[in-house]
Every structure is written in structure tokens, then in C-alpha cells.
Design a protein around this ligand. Structure first.
Ligand code: BG6
Ligand code: MG
Length: 213
């Protein structure tokens, strides 16, 4: 029986893909580093610094750690400007209905996100007090596919990993959930992931009776 559901944030509850893309693109253009949507796809679920390292694979120059910090900080400033425009209308279809239904069934709900901007995003979309626990990029040192963020979320919920279901749009996130001993529902970009325990296009297409078994 599933007693807790842990939701990834970006790409599951709200689509911030474009904000990430536009912010990285602005920084990459300024630096003359080739960056496109295909590279952006590889950044799904990956931490900010790991994302930068992927982008820098195409850079001609070598960057010191201090320069990398500065690039990541600059990208984040552009990103924060963009997510400042998010509103509750950006919550992805099906999300609020699923959260409401889980509450009704006494299933605990948490966020498990790599993003250090999680508190800002939750505030922007009006869900800052909707979850029983929030585990995010500010509290962890290892990024997905390491299970650290989901293990922390389960611990905060006081529920054994085996009784948790993770909802993820990133392949790295599906792996993280499985590595943590949890079930995984792949949605969006992970909707075809054969490794996921369950698959759905979005939270608007799920059957909770099946998922919570
Ligand atoms: C994840 C996104 O949720 O958060 C990644 O899928 C992003 O694309 C990561 O790099 C870290 O985000 P932030 O907000 O801490 O830069
Ligand atoms: Mg995601």
C-alpha cells in the first residue's frame, strides 16, 4: 500500500522547462557557447552545477571553479526573473485534483526536487503550504539519479521508502526513485520510460486506485 507520494516539482507540478532553457540560453549566448533544446533536454532533473558542466562540454575555453560559480549565479538571476512571472495558472493539468484526492484518502504528500528555487516556485504557484514535507536542492549534496532527495522526503514524511511512490518527468528521477527503493510513476518526458513502475502522459491521466495499490 502506498502511504506517501513524493512529487518532483519542475515538469511534474509546473512546467519551468522554458524558463530554464531561456536563462541558460541567454548566459550561453553571452559566452559564445553553443546551446540548444537538445542539450537542454539533458538537463532535466540535473542540479544547477551539473547542468552547467554539461553545457560547458561545448565551450572552447576552460573555466575555473570560480568562473563556473559566476556563470551559474548569472544564469540563476535570469531564471529567477522568469519564474517571478509564474502564477497558479501555470500548475500542470490534473495536479490539484490528484493532490486533493490524495488528501481525502489520507495519503501523505511531499516534494522531492533538485531545485534550490523550490520555495520560490511553490510560493509563486500558491502551493507553499500544500505539502506535508518539502525536500529540495538546498538540503542535499547528491543530485538525481542519486536517491538522496527522495530518501530525505520519505524520512520527513516518516514513511518507509517501500511505501512511497515518486512522480517524475526525468529519467534521472525515475532511477533515483528506484535506487531509493520506491515505486516510480513516469510522466511527461518520462512517460515512455520502460524502467518506471507506472507511466502516464500527465497527472490528468492517472488512475489513483492502480497507483496506490
Ligand atoms: C530540476 C530541473 O528540477 O532542478 C533541472 O529539472 C534544474 O533542470 C535543477 O537544473 C536545479 O534547479 P535550480 O533551480 O536549483 O537551478
Ligand atoms: Mg522534473
Amino acid at each position: 500500500m502506498v502511504k506517501g507520494v513524493i512529487f518532483d516539482l519542475d515538469g511534474v507540478i509546473v512546467s519551468t522547462d522554458d524558463c530554464h532553457y531561456l536563462a541558460w540560453k541567454r548566459m550561453a549566448d553571452e559566452e559564445g557557447i553553443p546551446f540548444d533544446r537538445a542539450v537542454n533536454e539533458r538537463l532535466r532533473g540535473v542540479s544547477r552545477m551539473d547542468s552547467l558542466n554539461i553545457i560547458l562540454e561545448k565551450a572552447n575555453a576552460a573555466y575555473t571553479d570560480a568562473q563556473k560559480e559566476a556563470l551559474a549565479t548569472r544564469k540563476n538571476a535570469y531564471y529567477v526573473e522568469l519564474i517571478g512571472r509564474l502564477t497558479p495558472s501555470d500548475i500542470l493539468p490534473g495536479t490539484l485534483e490528484v493532490l486533493r484526492e490524495l488528501r481525502k484518502r489520507n495519503v501523505k504528500i511531499a516534494i522531492g526536487s533538485s531545485s534550490r528555487n523550490t520555495p520560490v516556485i511553490l510560493r509563486q504557484i500558491g502551493l507553499e503550504s500544500a505539502f506535508d514535507a518539502v525536500a529540495d536542492g538546498n538540503q542535499i549534496s547528491r543530485s538525481k539519479p542519486d536517491p538522496e532527495v527522495f530518501v530525505l522526503a520519505a524520512r520527513l514524511l516518516a514513511i518507509a521508502p517501500v511505501d512511497c511512490l515518486v512522480v517524475e518527468d526525468a529519467d534521472a528521477g525515475v532511477e533515483a526513485a528506484l535506487a531509493g527503493g520506491m515505486k516510480a510513476l513516469g510522466v511527461g518526458s518520462a512517460a515512455q520510460n520502460p524502467r518506471a513502475t507506472y507511466r502516464a502522459q500527465s497527472l490528468a491521466d492517472v488512475d489513483l486506485n492502480t497507483l496506490l495499490r
